[in-house]
Design a protein around this ligand. Structure first.
Ligand code: SAH
Length: 272
């Protein structure tokens, strides 16, 4: 077995059950083109390859890349890119490889230390959604982050990440994966999530405003929204707007639904 390196967040998945859950969650079709981030030793890659049209994998670790290239051999439907997924311009690297262009699904057990940035690169942001959204994104991530991604309004796990991700995608928790499913086991449990980019409706008239509202709204924990937003809208004015939207003026950020965030942002836009 290849020795895992801490700096790259390497934890090899060894559970058959978890591998099957990931593959099943991706609802693979023969014409799917997959993007995998962090193939590692290729355990998931090997499962995916026979089921899809093509798979492009991005791996930062040179030694692993060498091993993967040897281990998987030359296959028409597999392409390996060595580099940092967050830095690489994957579409332009794929220009010479028509069979791998425009992958429609992402399936990956990703390095946990860069979960947020990876999700942001895949979905885009409220202000700049990915103009070519994937059909589905299936990720194995740490459970605590998964809980935040799929949180319902009013629940404890609901935070700015929840709103940012759910504005762009339908999010579903598929299964919990215990730490012992990996070698070496990480300190925390993990979970498989599926994000399906959605048609953004209703959309914010001014997505940048919504972005700012979410950032400030969740600024101080457990404070009422109207206190957290004081710097951009007067308390009385916000109370009035919330009442117009039939939202309790004492609401906290974590209690608003995505639709209510959008409505509030749009109201503020119209009324100053
Ligand atoms: N998918 C494998 C490995 C998961 S560990 C498995 O399930 O066993 C995470 C993998 O992501 C490691 O192979 C690590 O080298 C790789 N990685 C870490 N940072 C990365 C980055 N910025 N870009 C691409 N790959 C990265």
């Amino acid at each position: 077995m290849i020795r895992p390196r801490k700096i790259f967040g390497q934890h090899w998945l060894k559970s058959e059950k978890a591998l099957a859950e990931i593959v099943q969650a991706a609802k693979l079709k023969q014409d799917d083109r997959i993007l995998e981030i962090g193939p590692g030793t290729g355990i998931l890659t090997r499962r995916l390859l026979p089921l899809v049209e093509s798979l492009v994998a991005v791996e930062i670790d040179r030694d692993l890349c060498e091993n993967l290239a040897k281990g998987l051999g030359k296959r028409e439907n597999f392409l390996l890119l060595q580099g940092d997924f967050l830095e690489l311009d994957v579409p332009s690297l794929l220009e010479g490889f028509p069979a791998f262009q425009n992958p429609n699904k992402v399936v990956a057990n990703i390095p946990y230390n860069i979960t947020g940035p990876i999700i942001e690169k895949l979905l885009g942001t409220i202000a700049n959604p990915n103009p070519k959204p994937y059909d589905a994104i299936v990720l194995l991530i740490q459970k605590e982050v998964a809980d935040r991604v799929v949180a319902k309004p009013g629940s404890k796990a609901c935070g700015a990440l929840t709103v940012r991700v759910q504005y762009l995608a339908e999010c579903e928790l598929i299964s919990i994966v215990p730490a012992k499913a990996f070698y070496p086991p990480p300190k925390v449990d993990s979970a498989v999530v599926r994000l399906i980019p959605r048609k953004i409706e209703p959309a914010a008239d001014d997505p940048r405003k919504l972005d700012t509202l979410v950032k400030l709204g969740f600024g101080a924990k457990r404070k009422m929204l109207r206190n957290n937003l004081q710097s951009i809208v007067e308390r009385d004015r916000l109370t009035e707007l919330l009442e117009q939207l039939e939202i309790n003026p004492q609401v906290r950020a974590e209690e608003l639904s995505i639709g209510q965030w959008v409505a509030l942002s749009n109201q503020l836009g119209v009324n100053g």
